[in-house]
Design a protein around this ligand. Structure first.
Ligand SMILES: C[S@@+](CC[C@H](N)C(=O)[O-])C[C@H]1O[C@@H](n2cnc3c(N)ncnc32)[C@H](O)[C@@H]1O
Length: 491
């Protein structure tokens, strides 16, 4: 067995005395009795309804973003020439019309109004529209099994004091992200995507790699302008560094290609690649774009495996992340032919011939997929965070999860897979991300550095943290399904 291959996972976890708020056992007893199909927490109906609510939340967020723009003209008109004013007036009119259109579509779904959620028994509940503070937006949070299990009492019955305890998804206000505020994917002139694609493919850094940026004040809000400088102006050390990371990316692309080819027999029927939570793009921070390039590489190798002398099969790549903006969607389509979605529809597209890719999702992506595909034995493959075997652990250990939150069906899926370690944290830092988090739990900014001894530790931690940003795939594993159909009964 090669160093990166994993042996068979350990057997069913032993139940231990419950010492936390989480009643995972209760949640699975409920799932066996009421799940649709039995043994599942998330049903297709739940995800479809959560998706519709997410689509409404996006519309509402858009409307809220547009309102100040519609009112901006009187404030900013002094900054424009007389010839520019008619153009601005037209823009304002267009924005007002768009707000009206969104208002009509949203109906009661607005401040002072209501929204509806379908609970786990299929009953509908009406809740008052939440208060959303300035510089906040609305998102739909889908509960993971650990959070859901906290709604079960000591008799393993679901608590019913509050109808929200019977719901697996809800609307939640959250602060606007830097991406929402500054459109970090919207570069002014030469965007970095082409350079990064060149580096991923060839292992050589691109001669025109960017170096710096500056901020400018635009008439409406603050916007970033990004400028570029020729790589030759980099110091010798910076050049060495850039070369090193380009060859690291190429090594990862090659590792991915070889893993897929190794499983060619099992992956030959894959007909789509579906990605979750790869994150919005950022001109100065390559990680999310690198993860999308990995998805494109997966597609390319799968297409190559399917190609015969006479036919060329195209495999689509879809990426779901509520955080994409319209510009991210445009860039991903143009550069990597990746289609994007910001609601939850992609969950419903996953089938037994899907190759799933997800890294560090802030939603229970892998558990949802294991449930929605239970009857077909799970997707053909998943490239995702390490799946831990002990899905009951949160009942007796409430430390923070850094793996994909495991579920019973996800662990059962893992048992039907062959497993290869793909992540690059060991390559970059000489230890897994798991070990890194355990050894360096405190971020440099929170460490004292007054004495020489403290300063020495602080310097070391700073170095390790800055290296950790170079790792694009923390503790990521490839799970490839061996059998195509699930064993009957899931309990
Ligand atoms: C911690 S970030 C991970 C981003 C990137 N993959 C990385 O490794 O840094 C979590 C991502 O999950 C996304 N996310 C949250 N809910 C999601 C959902 N229901 N479907 C897909 N992505 C989701 C967030 O928008 C965010 O981009």
């Amino acid at each position: 067995m090669s160093k990166r291959e994993r042996s068979s996972p350990s057997p069913q976890p032993e139940p231990k005395q419950r010492t936390t708020e989480s009643n995972i056992t209760g949640a699975y007893l409920w799932a066996n009795k009421y799940g649709d199909p039995p043994g599942t927490i998330w049903s297709r109906e739940t995800i479809a309804e959560a998706s519709k609510l997410q689509a409404s939340a996006h519309m509402w967020n858009d409307m809220r973003r547009l309102r100040p723009l519609a009112n901006a003209l009187p404030v900013i008109k002094d900054k424009f020439t007389a010839e520019e004013i008619p153009h601005l007036q037209q823009m304002t009119k267009d924005i007002e019309e768009e707000i009206e259109r969104l208002n009509r579509l949203l109906g009661d779904f607005s401040e002072g109004g209501i929204y509806r959620v379908r609970d786990i028994f299929g009953e509908w509940h009406t809740f008052p529209f939440p208060e959303v503070r300035p510089r906040h937006k609305l998102i739909v949070r889908v509960l993971g099994v650990v959070a859901f299990s906290q709604n079960f009492d000591d008799n393993n019955d679901i608590k019913t004091d509050n109808p929200k305890q019977k719901c697996l998804y809800d609307l939640e206000p959250m602060p606007l992200s830097k991406h929402d505020l500054w459109r970090q994917c919207d570069t002014y002139e030469t965007p970095p995507w082409e350079f990064w694609m060149h580096e991923w493919e060839t292992g050589n850094f691109h001669l025109k790699r960017y170096v710096w940026r500056r901020n400018i004040q635009k008439p409406i809000g603050i916007d970033f302008v990004h400028e570029w400088r020729h790589i030759r102006e980099l110091s010798a050390d910076q050049r060495k560094d850039a070369k090193h990371w380009a060859s690291h990316w190429k090594m990862l692309a090659d590792r991915l290609r070889s893993y897929i080819k190794e499983h060619r027999e099992r992956l030959k029927n894959v007909d789509k690649v579906i990605c979750f939570a790869l994150g919005p793009l950022h001109y100065g921070f390559s990680k999310c774009f690198v993860q999308h390039m990995a998805a494109n590489t997966v597609r390319e190798v799968l297409e190559e495996l399917k190609k015969t002398k006479r036919t060329q099969k195209n495999i689509g790549v879809v990426a779901q992340d509520p955080a994409y903006c319209k510009h991210c969607a445009h860039v991903l389509q143009e550069t990597l032919s990746i289609e994007t979605t910001t609601d939850f529809e992609a969950f419903l597209e996953v089938g037994q011939n899907t190759f799933v890719i997800t890294f560090a999702p802030s939603a229970p992506v892998c558990g949802i997929i294991a449930d929605l595909t239970l009857e077909v034995g799970g997707p053909a493959a998943m490239l995702c965070d390490e799946i831990e075997d002990d899905y009951l652990r949160p009942e007796w250990d409430d430390t923070r999860w850094i793996d994909a939150e495991p579920t019973k069906n996800l662990v059962a899926y893992k048992r039907r897979c062959s497993i290869k370690e793909f992540g690059d944290t060991k390559d970059v830092m000489g230890m897994s991300y798991h070990e890194f988090m355990a050894r360096y739990p405190i971020v440099p900014a929170e460490l004292p550095h007054d004495t020489p001894n403290e300063t020495e530790i602080w310097e070391e931690v700073k170095k390790v943290y800055s290296l950790s940003f170079k790792s694009n795939f923390h503790d990521i594993f490839l799970y490839v399904r061996k059998k195509s159909v699930a064993p009957t009964g899931s309990s």
